[in-house]
Design a binder for this molecule. Structure first.
Ligand code: ZN
Length: 231
């Protein structure tokens, strides 16, 4: 079986150095245009190049402030990756539909996969609605004929569930260690179990690129374990 590689694209300009961190915050809360010279989505582009070199396939989930630029779209197309919605304003079904349509207008095709920004704790950005309510998203996704929802729980042994053409993975193997029980779930655990069944590997490009150990783990996983999408 396979890795379901989930890339949540949270920050348009990453978090380093400080000036780019500030541009990320400004883009998230108000508005800042897409500027290649400041490295718009540069961490994601690096990660997509690694995936394409390894022949691995992934889902990239975008926010309103991280919509894919043309260089990102080219890399996604070259690698046969899928795009999804990283839901931010989950206050109501209407706000969900607004975000989905905003993104569909940008990329020019229907969105059938989604993940949720934040797991119910802090508020990340002005438009962010913080509570994490997967049952509501599943209902909205079902009504919108979406195919895949990747949830935020941190126990990667939880099994996927499916009904009415909608596949739901309640949890992920979070590569970044603050969200993983590293004693119970070291990277070796995923190398072994990712071959036995489908498991979601969740990463945030700016965190993986900022940490050489995480970068090495990511490259090892995408080469050693097959990955897939569901289209
Ligand atoms: Zn997020």
């Amino acid at each position: 079986m396979s890795l379901i590689i989930r890339i949540d694209v949270d920050r348009p300009y990453g978090k380093e150095p400080l000036a780019r961190h500030c541009l990320s915050r400004l883009s998230s809360d108000l508005y800042f245009p897409e500027v290649a010279a400041f490295g718009y989505l540069s961490e994601l582009q690096t990660m997509l190049r690694w995936l394409n070199e390894a022949g691995a396939r992934a889902y990239a989930f975008f926010r309103r402030c991280t919509l894919p630029s043309q260089p990102v779209l080219d890399l996604l197309n070259a690698g046969g990756h899928e795009m999804g919605l990283h839901l931010e304003n989950s206050r109501s079904q209407d706000t969900f539909l607004q975000e989905k349509q905003f993104m569909e207008r940008h990329i020019g095709k229907p969105i059938v996969a989604m993940s949720k920004h934040g797991s119910g704790g802090a508020k990340y950005g002005l438009r962010h609605y913080a509570p994490y309510e997967p049952e509501r998203y599943l209902e909205w996704a079902r009504q919108s004929k979406m195919r895949l929802f990747l949830g935020n729980l941190e126990d990667p042994t939880l099994q996927p569930q499916g009904s009415d053409g909608l596949l739901f993975f309640p949890s992920a193997f979070w590569l970044e260690t603050p969200w993983r029980n590293t004693g119970r779930f070291p990277v070796e655990w995923l190398l072994e179990h990712g071959r036995e069944r489908d498991i979601v590997l969740l990463v945030h490009p700016e965190n993986v690129l900022a940490d050489t150990a995480l970068t090495a783990d990511f490259k090892k996983l995408i080469r050693a374990v097959e990955s897939r999408t569901f289209s």
